[in-house]
Write a protein that binds this ligand. Structure first.
Ligand code: V07
Length: 255
């Protein structure tokens, strides 16, 4: 038992299974393996992306049922622009299609949509669909479904640094005012409120890298790697990751 302390062994099993013991507030996922899944099926890559979008719906449902506060999904990185133009074009349409059919369920489940990332280069129609979904769900008080779209961790940190420098240059701030809390106020994840730190980072398809995802926010996160390709991912795999998290002891550098 990793929950520690005396009396744990005598705690009834159903207490240990209870939802709130060691539950991550903020779960972030790198959704990897769509292209590989499609290749394995002898299908074009876009079929992999479409199936990947279904996995997004499944995992969103389960995460919301499990009482996760924030689910951040890495949908498109600043590096993904290097892919072939037709694939980029197809990916840019996915948010539009996602919200066209999924907003009613998000409303019913009280899920609030949020977005982090850079607006440049994103087509107007995509930006419109995203803003519309955010507007439609802005009063929801349940889980925050946070998409990292055209996002890059180093660029986010550089932007925050530049903003702080400008404020120092204009005497709005003094250098000594800059601490972690103030720095975090200048990160994109400020929009999700109190849960900027990632508790549990999940990556599919067997890759074990951070790939420029939420660099600051993953400082103390637990990692869970699944061999499954993202289109194969589902609520039960999320539950496995949550169970694995629950059985770990986090120390934040302390003994
Ligand atoms: C994308 C499906 C999931 C696996 C990753 C690659 C393909 C959902 C979105 C999305 C993004 C923003 C938003 C609403 C939905 C998405 C991209 C790719 C670029 F506000 N899935 N998905 N965006 N894939």
């Amino acid at each position: 038992m990793t929950l520690g302390g005396h009396g744990v062994e005598s705690t009834p099993n159903n207490m240990l299974e209870q939802d709130n013991i060691n539950k991550p507030s903020h779960v972030a996922i790198i959704m990897d393996g769509n292209g590989r899944w499609a290749e394995q099926q002898g299908q074009p890559r876009k079929v992999g992306h479409e199936e990947g979008m279904e996995a997004v719906r499944r995992v969103t449902r389960r995460a919301s049922e499990r009482g996760i506060d924030v689910l951040t999904l890495y949908a498109f990185s600043t590096e993904n622009w290097k892919r072939p133009p037709q694939e980029v074009h197809f990916l840019m349409q996915l948010p539009i299609r996602f919200f066209d059919t999924f907003v009613p369920e998000l409303q019913e489940k009280n899920v609030k949509v949020n977005m982090i990332g850079f607006e440049d280069k994103v087509p107007t129609s995509t930006k419109k669909a995203i803003s519309k979904a955010m507007e439609q769900t802005k009063d929801n008080t349940g889980m925050i479904l946070n998409f990292a779209f055209n996002y890059g961790g180093r660029a986010e940190i550089l932007e925050a640094t530049k903003e702080l420098c400008k404020k120092v240059a204009s005497n709005e701030l003094s250098v000594d005012d800059i601490d972690e809390r103030l720095f975090e106020e200048h990160l994109m994840t400020h929009s999700i409120g109190d849960y900027q730190d990632v508790d549990l980072l999940i990556r599919s398809s067997g890759e074990q890298r951070l790939s420029n995802f939420l660099l600051w926010q993953n400082a103390y996160s637990e990692f869970y790697f699944s061999e499954l390709l993202w289109p194969e991912f589902n609520g039960d795999v999320l539950d496995e990751a949550l169970l694995s998290y629950k059985n770990r002891q986090r120390r934040y550098g302390a003994l």
